[in-house]
Design a protein around this ligand. Sequence first.
Ligand code: 13P
Ligand code: SF4
Length: 352
Amino acid sequence: SPSDPDLVERARAAKEKLGDKVFVLGHHYQRDEVIQFADVTGDSFKLARDAAARPEAEYIVFCGVHFMAESADILTTDDQKVVLPDLAAGCSMADMATAEQVAECWDVLTEAGIAEQVVPVSYMNSSADIKAFTGKHGGTICTSSNAKRALDWAFEQGEKVLFLPDQHLGRNTAVREMGMTLEDCVLYNPHKPNGGLTVEELRAAKMILWRGHCSVHGRFSLDSVNDVRERIPGVNVLVHPECKHEVVAAADYVGSTEYIIKTLEAAPAGSKWAIGTELNLVRRVANAHPDKEIVFLDKTVCFCSTMNRIDLPHLVWALESLAEGNLVNRIQVDRETESFAKLALERMLALP
Ligand code: 13P
Ligand code: SF4
């Protein structure tokens, strides 16, 4: 829907008043009405780096979800304040791994006698607590754009990886890019005793995948791929690695949101594409490339409801509050958590 002109003007005025004091980051899944005010846009890896590269901005307004704002707080200086325009913008995947559950899992691995061989690799889409656990146990963070490099690094440090919390990114990377088999992966279910696994299964596994997933990408199925291939002959299927393994296996291209955008930019005029990721992004790239046929992979619409919580009214409220000197919706990670989480994030930023 077109943005309310009054709100657009208010956002512009507040941003102008704040000047260099504010830096607005926008994830690719954000609404158009919000993205128009982003100083930079990106996938979660790029935004983490961009946040860290702005030490002069007093306020970082993060148009994205909670775990991204936490990561920005961890990577910025103590004087910088990170603001999330709507505190209800969480991530259901990140919520699937709590600190208690992960500590319990580590006990299970310890009892099975394998904890010393295990290196945790946590997807960016996790709480600061999980990132701190990862840093404490010698592991790294990864995003959808560097998961293979993170796993390569982890398997230089140890024999097994505990991959949190997205089973699909873990499985897809291991099988598609690392030469592992589905049998090398086991699924740890935090709601079952011992994760629902036997000691033998844990000892035999190379990848211990946490049973988490993205509800948005989980909606794409093999049928969605087969249907679109039938409907649009010659279509290229391009999906995000948070999709299920069977979807990724049937796709032609797989990559992060930034990769999806770059691939479509480079695609020849007249080419046909079906995209398996969040709808705001798919619509935006389709509008940006009218010379290419770009469709959404599934027939049913698929926004990320929590990403969509950041809308223009919330952004205006946050910017106007900051312009009036009221610090609202600050995301602040406590120091102890921050120090260990930073270790894990810095390992990621240092990956080759
Ligand atoms: P990327 O932006 O890293 O591709 O991640 C997608 C996502 O689900 C963010 O929540
Ligand atoms: Fe979380 Fe999925 Fe939304 Fe990304 S798209 S924020 S992983 S629920």
